[in-house]
Design a binder for this molecule. Sequence first.
Ligand code: NOJ
Length: 560
Amino acid sequence: MTSTDTSERTDVILASPGAEWWRTAVIYQIYPRSFADSSGDGIGDLPGVTAHLDDLADLGIDAIWLSPFQRSPQKDAGYDVADYRDVDPLFGTLADFDDMLAAAHGRGIRVIVDLVPNHSSDQHVWFQEALAAGPGSAERARYMFRDGQGENGELPPNNWESVFGGPAWTRIAESDGTPGQWYLHIFDASQPDFDWSNEIVRDEFRSILRFWLDRGVDGFRVDVAHGLVKAEGLPDYTPPADADSMGGGEDDVPYWGQDGVHDIYRDWHALLAEYAGDRVLAAEAWLPTPEKTALWVRHDEMHQAFNFAYLETGWDADELRTVIDQSLAAYHAVGAPSTWVLSNHDVVRHASRLALTAENPQGHGIGPDSPGKPIPEVGLRRARAATTLMLALPGSAYVYQGEELGLPEVIDIPGDARQDPTWFRTQGERYGRDGCRVPIPWTHDAPAYGFSPSGASWLPQPAEWADLARDEQVSDPESTLSLYRALLSARKAHSLGSGDLAWIDGYADDVVAFRNGDVTVVANVGDQPVALPAGNVIAASGPVAGGMLPADTAVWLAAD
Ligand code: NOJ
């Protein structure tokens, strides 16, 4: 099968889907540097993860996905990997990783690790060798080196912009000190793109996959899965001014969604299939529609793709119904489960995003001078309702650390504390993603709210987070944590992940209502209360007294 047959392959009708765990799993994203710090250096680490596995088991999730913890100079919080086969000392050691993995498995929690194949760090030995080796060498051919345009090669090879702002090319000095070739970096200049047309790169990543599979990981979240292959000839491209940084809304971008990527994932699919235990590949692919994203999860490619179309849907009933319908249809057509996600380490946390009153493209973030800042109470109410809706949907769902505490985006991070390369590369024009990455609070009365024994925190935590700490919420039945625990437990008890969705008619347009198995779900996305149907309330995102469902509230009901 060649890589140019995309349209024919979309319609492949598959054998009925199997019972693999990832089809229905709730996967909790750990952003290690902000989860729990055991060493006191203000950066979370793997022993910190191990120490909180009981809390995660208690929450009721099925698996964890860890953002990168491999060796890295941390120019992009670990998404700049210098050694794919080792743990960065900031996070611990390989032995700490093995301990964490065994402890998670011992609790029935599966473990997915991040794989960053689009680019490495500029400190990776291959890139250092490429710099030393010179133009035309085999070492340079592992990356995207090109001669510049202009009389003396002084202009970049094309007009591509970095996702983080500024040009996507950097010119190097050759070893004799003269201005030399340019290399492509779709992200930061410290993140040179690999050349995936080079078989040596493909071999290396097969070996990296095996390294982690042999250690026992249950799968990979594949970073920038839509970006590895670039269009022939690297044609110029100018994104629209309001584009999402990762290309979510755009078609025909020469560095996103090229057909050639699918061959890579077919190869990896076959490699994973050699291992027992339903290992999974989950695509981070920002594409304009669920139909396009479904191309990444055809039966012999990846198993799951993040449903960013769902994440990017506003608090609007019509839009929610549409994206849910499109997602279920598109993924089912290729035999894959839909996934659902509302927050991650690259987007404004949904407890703030759903109450923004001004446009805010993904990756731009919010800060002190942003227009349309959210009212926190509205954001939290909507976030709780949105999660109640999401966790009732059939398929697999992702939860980002801290959303179970109702954490909002942190808006007031001082400029000199910000760390996202986006902030620096746009000279502060875009705040970037630090606001969703602030270390999470565990304990009200502890240094750094229990994040770090020393009280250090790589990004400052707001004082209001003391009241959102896990220990404040754990025995409060009204807390967001209690809501998540109730939802996750009922989702399992009623097998919602493997269920089917049937819309319920008869409500006002701004109500989203459906049945999944024996559970009725009603989400009031409007601003007027609506009458609740008959049934026992299993879980509710807010008070539902008097038979009425208030605005921005969602409920699960079971038949009397
Ligand atoms: C997507 C990751 O989620 C993001 O955090 C990172 O900056 C880019 N890929 C580059 O690796």
